[in-house]
Write a protein that binds this ligand. Structure first.
Ligand code: NDP
Length: 326
């Protein structure tokens, strides 16, 4: 059994509960591979597992849901990969480590034209953008969409992609700097939702027509006003809780606001089956290879500094993707 450095969490809490320490990493079992990370993606969901908003399967645990690296060993029955292959993955807990074991079926080959840092920045955020825009509500040319936290990790990718699909994109952002960035990355309009009544602004921008879909990863702070941004039969896609989880609400609200649809999807369900993982990742790789969507890595850090990385993310200081190196 060899040793590796990893972040471990022994109790839920603030960023300080993350400890950087040596852990054992075994040989891959049947169907598994061992991967040495070259780049580790940081996502808001990592803070939910750390805080306890989302329960970890066991305690202690290693957080992190996105990474890229090289296969260092393959277990029995694995034919998909061999030692030395470049791979990337998302939505499999435990990426805050130098080296780890993974189910081979949850991993894809990193395309030749994509470097590891880019892969680690886009697997979770980019596949989320894919399923939101292409599966949850299929964005069409001429649609008007509202995307909250448009300058964030998922936001910058999704807004470029939505523009590429021909939508008019309205994004909310927390600062002027973020507003400029969002406008350079797909947004036609930005709303400074810390200062402005965003539902009122959406009404003004769309001349009362409102949006076909609202993508909301902010949660508590933007609910229920997000529903007021939708036209009749519009889709409320709630996919995250950056400001806290939305509390229980009466479904009758959807009737009052105009026969709305509401959904609460997760990437985990969308890529649970191998065929779906390949489809979602494949479409992401295509849109990146075509140049239509650029992957923004704006922050780099060492894994050992994960505490500071989480502080910055929760402090709304980051834009685009943060990637850690082992
Ligand atoms: P971001 O980089 O978007 O960071 C979160 C952003 O949310 C902040 O930068 C901030 O932007 C905004 N925000 C608004 N209110 C708050 C608040 N009170 N505290 C902190 N941030 C706030 O993160 P990610 O791109 O990693 O994820 C975006 C969202 O998508 C998250 O909610 C995440 O959980 C969700 N997600 C869901 C998935 C799913 O499958 N369901 C998969 C991937 C992500 P600003 O300052 O501009 O307001």
């Amino acid at each position: 059994m060899s040793k590796t450095m990893a972040i471990r969490i022994y109790e839920n809490g603030g960023p300080e509960v993350m400890r950087y320490e040596e852990v054992a990493v075994g040989d891959p079992g049947p169907g598994e591979i061992r991967v040495k990370h070259t780049a580790i993606g940081v996502n808001y969901i990592d803070t939910y597992f750390r805080s306890g908003l989302y329960p970890a399967p066991s305690i202690p645990f290693t957080p992190g849901n996105e990474g890229a690296g090289v296969v260092t060993a393959v277990g029995e029955g694995v034919t998909r990969f061999k030692e030395g292959d470049r791979v990337a993955y998302a939505a499999t807990l435990g990426s805050y480590a130098d080296e780890r074991l993974l189910e081979a079926d949850k991993v894809v080959a990193t395309p030749a034209g994509v470097d590891d840092e880019t892969a680690a920045a886009m697997m979770l955020k980019g596949m989320t953008a894919q399923y939101l825009l292409r599966r949850t509500y299929r964005v069409k040319k001429g649609d008007t969409i509202l995307f909250h936290a448009a300058a964030g990790g998922v936001g910058l990718i999704a807004c470029q992609w939505a523009r590429h699909l021909g939508a008019t994109v309205i994004g909310t952002v927390g600062s002027r700097e973020k507003g400029e960035l969002a406008m350079q990355n797909g947004c036609d309009h930005v709303i400074y939702y810390r200062d402005e009544d965003f539902a009122k602004r959406v009404d003004e921008i769309t001349r009362g027509e409102r949006c076909h879909v609202v993508y909301d990863g902010v949660g508590k702070a933007t609910f229920p006003a997000s529903l007021d941004c939708l036209r009749p039969f519009g889709m409320f896609a709630s996919f995250g809780n950056a400001s806290g989880a939305i509390e229980a609400f009466n479904l009758g609200l959807l009737a009052q606001k105009g026969s709305l649809y509401a959904t609460r999807p997760t990437l985990f369900t969308h890529i649970a089956k191998r065929a779906d993982l390949e489809e979602v990742a494949g479409e992401l790789f295509d849109v990146v290879a075509s140049g239509a969507v650029k992957i923004p890595v704006h922050h780099r850090a060492k894994l050992a500094d994960a505490v500071d990385v989480h502080k910055a993310l929760e402090g709304r200081e980051t834009t685009g993707a943060t990637v850690m190196s082992p």
